[in-house]
Ligand binder design. Sequence first.
Ligand SMILES: Cc1ncc(COP(=O)(O)O)c(C=O)c1O
Length: 360
Amino acid sequence: MRAQPASTTPTRDEPDLGHHGDAEVGDGLVDLAVNVRRAPMPDWLAEPIIAALGDLAAYPDNRVARAAVAGRHGRPPEEVLLTAGAAEGFVLLARALTGVRRPVVVHPQFTEPEAALRAAGHDVERVLLDPAEDFRLDPARVPDDADLVMIGNPTNPTSVLHPAADLAALARPGRVLVVDEAFADTTAAPGVPGEPESLAARRDLPGLVVVRSLTKTWGLAGLRIGYLLGDAALLARLAAAQPLWAVSTPALAAATACASPAAVAAERAIAAGLTADRDHLAARLSALPGVRVAGRPASAFVLVHLPGAAGVRQRLRERGWAVRRGDTFPGLGPDWLRVAVRDRATIDAFTEVLAEILEA
Ligand SMILES: Cc1ncc(COP(=O)(O)O)c(C=O)c1O
């Protein structure tokens, strides 16, 4: 880790970057720790995945899926790299961008981008966003000479949705700007037909790579499907680091299906419904003593500040509820929890148990 400039903070008390919400579930607990939507798979998605099982003797051919995803985002196919989930995208970036001298990761955020960079031998610098400023991005805090910048939008775990203009202001020649939009499909804004603040269709920003995942909204975490969007030459460098046939035939079938206009319309409807459930969760949580919901949550989860959260999380587990610990995210600590948005009945049952724990 390099010496700390003014805009970054040290990595003392190093959090466990390899910890993920899936380690907190199981044992019959109600899962509010993992941000994958749980709903029956629609037929238009299940049918092509199942049909692909009949083609497993052939090696995967990604051309149809690549063209479909490109069409969805208004880009040529060369500006799409299909990956085994967004997670593979981070590894490809870390391994292929060998010439990077000053990589910066904006935290708190999903820990895999930094973990992948470090595993590939990069000397990673952190910019920590301030809870007192609701984790808002000030682009000026990113060092001018950072030649790789990684940021999430909306961000896991803060649920903050940064304005597209602030992210665009980070793009410049000589820098790769990676915007993790794994949860962009969960965002919605009144009067906005598409995903507010997404850069997925922006072809004018130098060095922009947008990371997308299909595993969250469509409940495909076990299938592993995502993609990168960006400049064709840059993606070709990343593709050279990818194993042959990294994305399986069923995963490609899912990518094609999820790129259709009907799928995108369904995604928008899900995001709108999520907004109502999220507002309900945030209101219930905010009504509890000592609980503060961070910022204006915009995604499928809510970040909560609660003195003694680590102990509360333990008591929740004893009562059958799993929430995501906050202390493994750089920039947070033991007083933070992340709670996934679920249906109203689940939210009400959860917040009642939480109220009892806090009152005890
Ligand atoms: C912000 C963020 N980006 C990317 C990923 C990885 O997604 P995938 O399942 O597509 O690899 C996750 C998974 O939790 C995530 O939270």
